[in-house]
Design a protein around this ligand. Structure first.
Ligand code: ZN
Length: 60
């Protein structure tokens, strides 16, 4: 089942929608996106990484 992550759900003013087949794939893309676009390295913080992971939902 496809998973999706929306930046805006994290309280960020950003229209990015990240999709992938698995949670791991979406998280990896989200980490890359956050680093490139927002200058935030999610891997530097367990809290941030876990928070980002909690924002991943099943695509409807
Ligand atoms: Zn974003």
């Amino acid at each position: 089942m496809a998973k999706t992550f929306e930046c805006s759900h994290g309280g960020v003013v950003c229209g990015a929608k990240i999709e992938g087949e698995t949670e791991e794939e979406v998280l990896a893309k989200a980490i890359e996106h956050a680093k490139k676009v927002h200058g935030v390295d999610l891997t530097q913080s367990q809290t941030l990484a876990r928070y980002a992971q909690s924002l991943i939902h099943e695509k409807r």
